[in-house]
Design a protein around this ligand. Structure first.
Ligand SMILES: C[S@@+](CC[C@H](N)C(=O)[O-])C[C@H]1O[C@@H](n2cnc3c(N)ncnc32)[C@H](O)[C@@H]1O
Length: 340
């Protein structure tokens, strides 16, 4: 359907809403309403911010639909209580901080990124190191990134458990596991399966703590490794998964990753990549197409691909029976096997 002018203006001004929300998260305005409705005066006094400016933000959050207002009292909507109050299981404040610290500064240089076909880390941060080196230098940034990705991954994990049968395998390794929720969910469902996580050295202590907190320390082995340099366990795991990581890297690096995983599998072993591919006709979907721009400005050539492009790379890396498996939820599985 054709868009009208108001819809276009609304899209263009979308960043007003983004920044109003991330600022309110930073100022902990939602937390100030956790105990019940309050006036602007009470909220601003509690948060130690001036009434005039604080009230502007409270009014905007009400207009956005995250707060409700009755007479002179503001209150949390159901959604704000579930996602905006720190300490809630689904808190999106992790995402808010990641947006303010990384995404918003990088996206400010998008036109230059497109002009140069290059990341904008130098322009945004004055730093030429890799995306993960910059992201992982500060422990708080690791936590923010992994926690919001964990929230994003929940519907994928449910879909993967419904759509893929792990029962024929002996040992499963999740490379680049992030917060470790996939191996923990698999551990709970398949008590006989051996499990390992392989993560970049800077991200292992985070995932180790998460796995221990959830009582899986004895069940899931944590290994520090790098799938690009090929320092990953070899010959031990007959099932390997790599989630939402190929898209972080340029196609030639994706080939290196795929070759190292092929090498690490025993004959007859299976590899699965879960990704959010572009449509075959490259018309979208919207989120994937925007994520591809995000990869442009933040990483060294990371890019979203179509199903055919992923399968071609699998075959070039030596996998046989390369195929797509549609599963419920947001991701698609790409599966390949190492010849017996
Ligand atoms: C975008 S996150 C995806 C997290 C999770 N697998 C998921 O599906 O939501 C990519 C993860 O890959 C890890 N990673 C990136 N490069 C890696 C490498 N070269 N070797 C091992 N892990 C890597 C990162 O530390 C991060 O946790």
């Amino acid at each position: 359907m054709e868009m009208n002018k108001e819809q276009i203006v609304d899209l263009m001004m979308g960043f007003f809403k983004t920044k109003a929300i991330t600022s309110a998260l930073e100022l902990k305005l939602f937390d100030a309403l956790e105990q019940g409705p309050a006036t602007a005066e009470a909220i601003c006094e509690q948060r130690n911010i001036p009434l005039q400016s604080g009230k502007r933000l409270l009014i905007a959050l009400t207009a956005i639909g995250l707060l409700a207002k009755q007479e002179d009292h503001f209150s949390l909507t159901k959604a704000a209580r579930e996602y905006m109050v720190s300490g809630s299981a689904q808190w999106l404040g992790w995402l808010g901080r990641h947006i303010d610290t990384f995404l918003y500064p990088l996206w400010s240089h998008t036109a230059q990124g497109v002009r140069d076909d290059k990341d904008q880390r130098q322009a945004a941060f004055g730093d030429d190191r890799s995306w993960f080196s910059i992201l992982y230098q500060n422990p708080q940034d690791v936590v923010d990134f992994q926690e919001f990705l964990g929230i994003f991954a929940q519907p994928f994990i449910e879909g993967m458990l419904q759509g893929f049968d792990f029962s024929g395998y002996r040992k499963f390794m999740d490379i680049g596991s992030g917060i470790g929720t996939l191996p923990m969910a698999v551990a709970a469902r398949y008590p006989q399966l051996g499990l390992s996580v392989c993560e970049l050295p800077q991200a292992t202590s985070f995932v180790r703590d998460k796995i221990a907190e959830n009582g899986y320390a004895d069940r899931i082995k944590i290994v520090a490794g790098d799938v690009i340099s090929g320092t990953i366990p070899k010959g031990e795991h007959d099932l390997i998964h790599l989630g939402w990581m190929l898209h972080d890297y340029a196609p030639d690096i994706q080939m290196q990753i795929l070759r190292h995983i092929h090498e690490a599998l025993p004959p007859g072993g299976t590899f699965i990549a879960s990704e959010t591919p572009l449509a075959d006709d490259e018309s979208g979907p919207l989120f994937t197409s925007l994520l591809s721009i995000n990869m442009l400005v933040s990483t060294d050539g990371g890019i979203e691909s179509t199903c055919a492009q992923y399968l071609q790379r699998f075959t070039e890396a030596g996998f046989v029976n390369a195929r797509v498996l549609a599963i419920p939820g947001p991701r698609t599985l790409f599966i390949g096997e190492k010849r017996k």
